[in-house]
Design a protein around this ligand. Sequence first.
Ligand SMILES: NC(=O)c1ccc[n+]([C@@H]2O[C@H](COP(=O)([O-])OP(=O)(O)OC[C@H]3O[C@@H](n4cnc5c(N)ncnc54)[C@H](OP(=O)(O)O)[C@@H]3O)[C@@H](O)[C@H]2O)c1
Length: 312
Amino acid sequence: MRETESMLPSRMRVLVTGGTGFVGAEITRRLIAKGVEVRCLSRRRQSVVAGSIPVSASLFDSGALERAVRGCDAVIHLVGIISEIRDQTFERVHVEGTRRVLAASRATGVRRIVHMSAMGARETAVARYLQTKWAAEELVRHSGMDWTLLRPSLIYGPGDGVVSLFEKLSRFSPVVPVMGSGRSLLQPVAVEDVARLFVESLSRTSVFRQTLEVGGPDRISFNQLVEGILVRLHRRRWVWHLPMALARFQALVLECIYPTLLGKAPPLNRDQIQMLAEDNVADVSTTWDEFGFQPEGWESGLDRLLGAVRPR
Ligand SMILES: NC(=O)c1ccc[n+]([C@@H]2O[C@H](COP(=O)([O-])OP(=O)(O)OC[C@H]3O[C@@H](n4cnc5c(N)ncnc54)[C@H](OP(=O)(O)O)[C@@H]3O)[C@@H](O)[C@H]2O)c1
């Protein structure tokens, strides 16, 4: 951790919803390192960060949620899904789930919430992931609480969904699929930087009632992202650009097969294809200026994650 990080009040108690997930675990580790008591809410207990207090409950178990929030100084609300299965729909998890968290916070007198949204969330989005993230943002903005909304672009780090996917795919396959032209832009940001923003937001009154875009310093295309991964792994692979119509059809098939036959959320869905076709970049300078530190660049972050490119 860098030395300029802000202090949190000692004996602070925070509920982290989705605290066992990729981003949640990093936030939880940071909070624990700062002496904060962390309650980690998720449906399963696996991978609960050591030192946190596990709360095994769904957002939709109102009694458990209220007990988990009671006595906390703040809530970090991270629960979100990228793929739907059964009653875990975007609408239910993002919108109804957030409504429940806000209701439980109000009922127990908790005023502070730092909410995880996503860059590109807007009312007019075609992707339902982004539409429902927007609807959840609106609930938070009108909650009357001391809220902060953070909207990251792609987050990368150990155990993420994209870099690790391409790492695994390229381990066995001579072909690496990229949906469409791969020219749409992303602003990848390291999970450690995102976690630091969440933790510092807790006590920074200047970000109360603010919606902040979060991204790294570099705007890169999906093609550059894949190339960066393959170069660091010294794997020469054929990058196959799947036409968008074919990618959509493939996603539709997976959406039908996975939940019914395998009982799992599909690894790819039409919403993701839609989002891959759009740029996901924004002006993030006000966010980092506000917090007084600069995010790590993509190249150096990827070196740290996969190892720097060594001369052969
Ligand atoms: N990763 C990215 O690049 C990225 C970028 C922008 C925004 N975000 C947002 O950041 C948040 C966290 O993302 P992530 O990548 O860390 O996701 P993740 O690894 O899938 O974690 C999701 C967490 O939510 C929990 N959860 C899911 N449904 C739940 C429910 N009904 N009740 C209680 N807990 C539930 C999961 O645990 P159980 O399954 O055990 O319940 C897990 O702890 C999401 O809101 C996501 O939309 C992510």
